[in-house]
Design a protein around this ligand. Sequence first.
Ligand SMILES: [Zn+2]
Length: 401
Amino acid sequence: MSGTVLVTGIGELVTCAGPDGGAPVADRSLPADQRLGVVRDAAVVVADGLVAWVGPASQAPAADRALDVGGRAVVPGFVDSHSHLVFAGDRSAEFAARMAGTPYDGGGIGVSVTATRAAGDDELRALLAARVAEARALGTTTLEVKSGYGLTVEDELRSLRLAREVTDETTFLGAHVVPPEARADRDGYLDLVTGRMLAACAPLARWVDVFCEPNSPHAFTGEEARRVLLAGRDAGLGLRVHGNQLGPGPGARLAVDLGAASVDHCTFLDDADVDDLAGAADTTVATLLPGVEFSTRMPYPDARRLVDAGVSLALASDCNPGTCNTASMPFVIALAVRELRMTAAEALVAATVGGARALRREDVGRVAVGSRADLAVLDAPGHEHLAYRPGMPIARALEVS
Ligand SMILES: [Zn+2]
């Protein structure tokens, strides 16, 4: 249906267009509502999928249709800037073993590679579509999706082709792990990833990513990761890094050094890493993935240290079959508040405009004139309920069409 739509009856509209949404460190002396850009008893006018007007409902202009949300809170749709949704197979037994004490070292990724290679296109497409629908049902309106469970030219290409059917934010992750068949020849595999595989995959990807983790024998060292990222940059791709997940390492430093859009995990950072990230806050976002620590029983990243240092932060799901099989951004927000000691406002900003920044997007993550009309409605009077009611399905993407 075309024409303008007046979304009204919004008890609390969090626009994330206030100072907190505009800079990594906002003026903390301002009232929280002002920092978040909260409008009470608000309305939003949507035209052609874009926000055309935002303000108090009492001042709203006329529109062709009205959609009354009955006093609920509305927030920007969540921007999940890190997910691995193209996979087949089930690793619940590995999860159960981990809960019983088996440590995680990245080795289980090979199990998903085997299952994903064996799956048919239609099966993989259906699995992906179901996961995207689950995320959307919980308020996610922008999703980054990585390859990385194919690890042959054909299988990586297929993963990206399928990912492209559901999002423009596709990431080539041929350097997820060294696949089992290439263990004896790491250099040969890196030649493939930075050569023929990259050349085939680059047209279907916006980003290149690498699992930089010297603490895992399956992942890549700093020097190997640099090689992958430089090749990706030469192929026209933006840079993302999995770094500092399992222990101290060169990932964060490398991301800052190469001007990557994001370094993700950031669980084990030393003071120099934090200084580097703070100094690069306009370029490189530190994306925290606390669902992983929850599901692996690892220590959580020190979000307060990063907030206080002025690091640009995002929160994302890292939904994947091994270390975090949930794409629920409300769950991630609840963890961020409960376990990472972020405020409800900080967590919401990181899950919306922070994710947008990690994807170098200006058109999503906030509710402002000209931005995409990606809204999430909460069955709640305020955004604090995202953390206050963990596990309850109170957020969903608002269908405005
Ligand atoms: Zn990941």
